[in-house]
Write a new protein. Structure first.
Length: 100
């Protein structure tokens, strides 16, 4: 166990420099897993899609759907602008490629 920590310590240290809001997102996959589960449920419910565009539309509508039984029904992440700004500072070149 100690050897494993020593071997990967240099990979772990950069995460400690991120602001707390960003660390919560990076350390937890709960939001991603929840969204993937919602996508799977929506796709299975419909079974077959006539086109790729139809599938994308269902996934988009699923991602923006309000969830009434949640403490955060909009699914929005607190301090998201701060998180995006931090990601842009650290990984601006990667984000630019995604937004094109």
């Amino acid at each position: 166990m100690v050897k494993s920590w020593r071997d990967t310590w240099s990979d772990f240290i950069p995460f400690l420099e991120f602001p707390v809001e960003l660390r919560k997102i990076v350390y937890s996959t709960n939001a991603i897993e929840s969204l993937n589960a919602r996508f799977r449920k929506a796709a299975v419910r419909r079974g077959h899609f006539p086109t790729d565009q139809a599938a994308i539309k269902v996934l988009y509508l699923t991602s923006i759907e309000r969830r009434k039984n949640r403490t955060n029904p909009t699914g929005r992440i607190n301090a998201w602008k701060s998180i995006v700004n931090t990601l842009t500072i650290h990984y601006g070149d990667r984000l630019a490629a995604v937004n094109q």
